[in-house]
Design a protein around this ligand. Structure first.
Ligand code: GLC
Length: 685
């Protein structure tokens, strides 16, 4: 059951696809209070209550005990104490002995989620706008709640199948030669690879929709020659458009009156990579059409995937605030007062993404001019929407890869996301593991982090462990920042071990793709907290470092430096597959309970429920080379069971579920000895 309550006159966000009549208060489960424009929802929580949701946010799978803010932020240095990341996903589930419901705030402004921060026993949710649609979802299980939320907000984005391949990326590849060398090195050593990302260095002076000619051949030639190597190119597109007359996107946008305006009617400008930029008012349909059409030449030149960036939107500084900082600096120079150094530092440190700047320009929503901060969290989602709408117009026959940094619920129908600028820190391994199930709950199934870590220098062991999580994340991209240590696998002495990890990904790829597609097409979750499968099991409900994957698997990666294994809690009997390579693995049937699993740096585990298979294909160095007719099925069975494998052409934008399922019937393997039931079964479909 889904119920809707409306406060004030909310803007249309495009998050919700189900049209429901608004009910009149009282709102169940919460007490509601108003103060000025704000609306606050308060609820007392029992000790055992857990909170799941909020998609991209810091800290645990269970969000209880901390304060979070929905306020999309370009937040490079994100530690545990940061309260906002790049996205706002305002769906939260309350789960406890006496409660099971979800709440969605369809509100693109700033929201504070005090989830037991001020008082451990109280949740206080405050919408600053106070103009919102509030949805309350009630179902009989956590899984059904997730499904109901997707019914409310629409089906998750489907990427092309090749996008499940390994992607190599780096900020700083500045020309064709470097790309070729990276690709060649992978191919020469047999390291699987499907795509490389083009970061801002491919552009002329970092200008969107330009193509650098001094170090690159024409784009269509480049895509063409890379396709012969079975490699796709994935260019970055940023949100800001450089203010420069004679630069076509600026001229056409200016002529079409497409940019966000300040109060005096002039274009709002702020510095980003290319210099002072204007920002398309992407809430307007005609602006989305204009912006989306800018992708056309790239699509026509053979590009099949994009990443949208800097779309919170990130503002390095506005001209006004920079002037003010210089004025402050001059004043301090004159004063000779050392205390003022702190003010000096603050004047410059507060330049980027300054809240006042977000209050100084306007966007048009539902025909009304709105101050940007009231609709701030929609900016990234509307950029994703502009691109996705263009892809549907320009290449309706196929799926285009798209992942964005900033997002809002609704964007999950149009693209995937990556989790922004993480660091090469062990704590960020855990962070992504804890984010993934909550992202799935909010509809973002196609996601992943910068493997190896984006900021600072990675280490060989950290990269190895990142890749072992990456084996299971739908988006599997190694990305790193300019001036950091080279992070391609082949740079490291243990490259052969990491190559084997990637080979396992490719051997599992048809199976993982099948699990992903079944989840996406049935409004399910690819990654889930253990609580979703074992709601009665207290240990499972509170497990923070293991995830359910697909119908019958569980992952429990190593998250600590120098660890040679880890404890794993099994909520039921499971088969451990300890992978070293697609050909070299141990199969260990384990009983429900606690186990210490030895995992040297080259080993990583996958756990599988009884009477459920994991399928390995013979592998290949790129997705098109994978044979999805011949498999080895690994399982632990005590009866004959069936399993549905999803296979399609990997391209069809609306493929449907049932027509692409093949039902496999599998039985305990007698040859493995009486009572064992552990099988390694060849399958030819
Ligand atoms: C931003 C992105 C990062 C990219 C960089 C340069 O920091 O998050 O992925 O490499 O900009 O474009």
């Amino acid at each position: 059951m889904i119920r809707k309550f409306t406060f004030g006159t909310p803007v249309t966000t495009d998050a919700v696809v189900l049209s429901l009549p608004a009910e009149t208060e009282p709102v169940p489960f919460f007490s509601v209070s108003r103060s000025g424009e704000q609306v606050t929802l308060t609820r007392k929580m029992a000790d055992e209550d857990c909170l799941f949701g909020l998609g991209e946010s810091v800290r645990g799978i269970n969000k209880r005990g901390n304060l979070y803010r929905s306020w999309n932020s370009d937040i490079f240095n994100h530690t545990e104490s940061v309260d906002s990341l790049y996205a706002s996903h305002n769906f939260l589930v309350f789960f406890g002995p006496d409660c099971l419901f979800g709440i969605y705030l369809d509100d693109p402004g700033r929201i504070t989620w005090d989830l037991g921060f001020t008082r451990m026993d109280t949740a206080v949710i405050t919408s600053e706008n106070g103009q919102l649609d509030l949805y309350l979802l009630e179902e009989s299980s956590l899984t059904e709640l997730a499904r109901a939320f997707r019914r409310l907000t629409g089906r998750s984005y489907l990427p092309p199948r090749w996008a499940f391949g390994y992607i190599q990326s780096r900020w700083g590849y500045a020309g064709e030669d470097e790309f070729r060398a990276v690709v060649e090195e992978h191919r020469k050593r047999g390291i699987p690879l499907d795509a490389v990302c083009l970061d801002i260095d491919y552009m002329e002076d970092y200008k969107n929709f330009t193509w650098r000619k001094d170090t690159f051949p024409p784009l269509d030639q480049f895509t063409g020659s890379m396709r012969q190597e079975h490699i796709r190119l994935i260019p970055i597109i940023d949100a800001g458009i450089l203010c420069q007359e004679g630069y076509p996107p600026y001229d056409s946008g200016k002529a079409g009156n497409c940019f966000c305006k300040k109060e005096d009617g002039s274009d709002f400008t702020a510095a980003v990579w290319p210099g002072f930029c204007v920002f398309p008012d992407l809430l307007r349909e005609e602006v989305r059409r204009w912006f989306g059409d800018l992708y056309r030449p790239l699509l026509e030149a053979g590009v099949e995937g994009f990443w949208n960036d800097m779309n919170e939107p990130a503002l390095f500084y506005t001209p006004e605030r920079l002037e003010e900082a210089f004025r402050r600096a001059e004043e301090i120079r004159g004063s000779g007062d050392y205390e003022s150094l702190w003010f000096l530092k603050d004047a410059f440190n507060s330049l980027p993404n300054n809240p006042e700047d977000y209050r100084s320009f306007y966007q048009e929503a539902d025909g009304r001019l709105m101050r940007h901060d009231k609709v701030h969290n929609l900016y990234g989602a509307s950029m994703t929407r502009a691109a996705a709408e263009a892809f549907r117009r320009i290449v309706p026959e196929k799926r285009v890869l798209l992942f964005s940094r900033s997002s809002f619920v609704g964007a999950h129908r149009n693209g995937g996301i990556w989790t922004g600028d993480n660091f090469s820190w062990w704590s960020h391994l855990k962070l992504v593991l804890q984010m993934l199930p909550n992202l799935n709950l909010c509809g973002f199934l196609f996601s992943g982090c910068d493997l190896g870590g984006f900021g600072c220098n990675t280490t060989e062991d950290l990269l190895a462990r990142f890749l072992q999580i990456g084996v299971f994340t739908p988006l599997m991209r190694n990305h790193s920042a300019l001036h950091t240590r080279d992070q391609e696998i082949f740079r490291f002495s243990a490259w052969e071990q990491m190559k084997e990890t990637l080979r396992v990904r490719y051997a599992l790829l048809p199976f993982l793709y099948s699990e992903f597609m079944k989840a996406a097409l049935s409004d399910g979750m690819y990654f889930r907290p253990l609580a979703f499968d074992y709601p009665e099991d207290r240990r499972a409900v509170h497990t923070e470092d293991q995830l359910m994957l697909g119908e019958g698997c569980m992952i429990a990666p190593v998250l600590e430096q120098n660890a040679s294994g880890r404890f794993v809690y099994l909520p039921e009997d499971m088969l451990l597959i300890r992978f070293r390579s697609p050909e070299d693995y141990d199969l260990v049937p384990l009983e429900k309970g606690d186990h210490y699993i030895d995992l040297s740096l080259r080993e990583f585990p996958l756990f599988v429920k009884r009477n459920h298979p994991v399928l390995l294909c013979p592998g290949g160095e790129y997705t098109e080379a994978l044979d999805d007719h011949t498999f080895t099925a690994l399982y632990w069975a005590d009866r004959t069971f069936s399993f549905d494998l999803y296979r399609d052409d990997g391209q069809d934008p609306d493929p449907g579920l049932d027509s692409h399922l093949t039902r496999l019937s599998l039985s305990p393997d007698a040859s493995a000895g009486p009572g064992s039931g552990v099988a390694i079964s060849p399958l030819v479909l």
